[in-house]
Design a protein around this ligand. Sequence first.
Ligand code: GDP
Ligand code: GDP
Length: 456
Amino acid sequence: PDDFDPAAYEELTEDGEAEPAVLPIVAVVGRPNVGKSTLVNRIIGRREAVVEDVPGVTRDRVSYKANWNGREFTVVDTGGWLPDSRGLAAAIAEQAKLAVELADVVLFVVDANVGATDIDEAVVEILRRAKKPVVLAANKADDTRTELEATALWSLGVGEPMPVSALHGRSSGDLLDRVLESLPEPAPRERLGEAVGGPRRVALMGRPNVGKSSLLNKLAKQNRVVVDSVAGTTRDPIDELIDLGGKTWRFIDTAGIRKRHRENQGADFYAILRTQSALERSEVAVVLVDASEPLAEQDLRIVNTIVEAGRALVLAYNKWDLVDEERRFYLDREIERQLVGARWAPRVNISAKTGRHMEKLVPAIETALDSWGHRVPTGKLNQFFTDLVSSHPHPIRGGKQPRVLFATQAGTRPPRFVLFTSGFLEPGYRRFIERRIREEFGFEGSPVTVTMKIRE
Ligand code: GDP
Ligand code: GDP
């Protein structure tokens, strides 16, 4: 398929061919009328009726598959997305933020005849902060004179202005060469979701007396431990590297866990501070709860903090040696009722005292981390949405039926999905979508966010 039509992936995926690759995304941003759509047309190499002079005609497509010199990528025309009515400048700022969130490279289009406007300057501010590669296209450089004038756009401070005429095709090859140079290397599949480097970082969390230091001692006693103080600014060793299940793991702020024993338990402020900073440095949190006692408010708060921080999560029910039939019955109901927001977290029932099921901890952590770094290929995702929208369309409201036009996973760690819709999706329908995403793609042990961008 030439363009990014989700339905076109059907054949590819069904006959067992390679899954659609995760193509790099080039987002085209700029003020209205600078020629974004014309340029997108030029890039995808055909004269489709994308540029419509008929007012009120909405473009149904925003993303297209393109190929230049054998390199494939997805072009997203953000031009049609003006999310609200706060005025042009605000809308374009929003569009630029969206573009940098989505894109691997931003293709920023300005009108060479007009030069840099205030709005262009504002967009540059956003692009610079995001630190994504930017290619500056000085469009409508139809002749040599305008081409020369385009050099004034150096003043925008986003590098060399590339003069181009989207309409006539002048210099569009040079522009695409520049875009390709800026594209990141495609990430090998096995590397997706891996840590940036070094052992994966685990935080043990939970309210006082749930058994954190007991668990840590148990793990450390049975396994090789290297005390590590690289992250510390004090003389205390901060982290410990522990070998578990054939891998080395970095347990964050073990000093904090061990030390809390000696501190008086009233030092809440420091406990919270340490918990926060441990969480920030971790990739996955193992939350211990005391299985022998009713779930406490504080347990739920800790779980929520982790979900909000977007970290992978494993729930460890400790002191399982103290759990009897009756307690077990209530426990299941508690989880069902109170931990609804983290139903997706893997659970292990352990005893730091007896060592029960300690071996289940590592597989649960690995599952959570895999989910946390998992990326669903855009083709597959859109196939899923095509099916979902046809089998379970949004209810009609006021004669309108909002649709999901295009979906992309904007990021991992944790997975973040962005839905481009033709109208506001009701909360109930959004929850339904989130549930279906989990049913379809798993994500056990990881929070997942779904945001919506409305096209008007
Ligand atoms: P968008 O709103 O940024 O998507 O802009 P369009 O692609 O719809 O283009 C706006 C107008 O500028 C249209 O009338 C185009 O034909 C015209 N245009 C686009 N590119 C060029 C160009 O390179 N040179 C000239 N002279 N006109 C152009
Ligand atoms: P922390 O404050 O979370 O670090 O909790 P500790 O590790 O200090 O444990 C608090 C108390 O619970 C201690 O008296 C431990 O001996 C006890 N404890 C910890 N884990 C278990 C367990 O699995 N079973 C039982 N029965 N007691 C435990």
